[in-house]
Design a protein around this ligand. Sequence first.
Ligand code: CA
Length: 224
Amino acid sequence: MRVLIVEDEARLAGNIAQVLKESASLAADISTDGVDGLHMAKTNPYDLIILDLTLPGMDGLDILSELRAMDIAVPVLILTARNTRSDIITGLNRGGDDYLTKPFDMGELVARCKALIRRSYGQPHPVLEVGKLKVDTVARGVIFDNKDVRLTAMEYRTLEYLAMRAGQIVSKEELLDHLYDFNWERFSNVTEVYISTLRRKLDPDRSFDPIETVRGQGYRLKDS
Ligand code: CA
């Protein structure tokens, strides 16, 4: 999952990105300017936008209105020092999905981000169950066929995405778009490498083969 942080306090934005990466396995891009932030939001398929309101270039509420006018459905969490009841109501009524006021608790921000992403993928339960696979998106633990599976951060990120989209075909391009931020070099075969490691770790003797290759289209996590 990949998040855009539009926040002009560069240090705060950097902290948020780091925490999202380390404690929630989320890829994160940062924009410190309103105009640039809107451009990034329009041109990349983010899974969530954390949006400050008072920004150089363009106000966050105008960014939000423009995204919604373009039918861009990405969940938006407004993160701002504007904290009156009427600010909050306005933010939500302009198309925001959640609203958190500064100063805020980082753990609360992360939990809200994860809840918004889950909901947008139609997954109400924090533990994703797909056939013999269980992906605990809170503890970031994985169980397959009743056995614990140890994954690296990027392996987990890849599997969580497939589990969110269980039963559907996910192309390599979609994986690259949703799992990597701009700081990563995107090698064309990087997804193949992670998928093959996941197959080996989940199901060493290949008796279930939970990740199906759909020739010419991508991968599908089998839900039965
Ligand atoms: Ca600001």
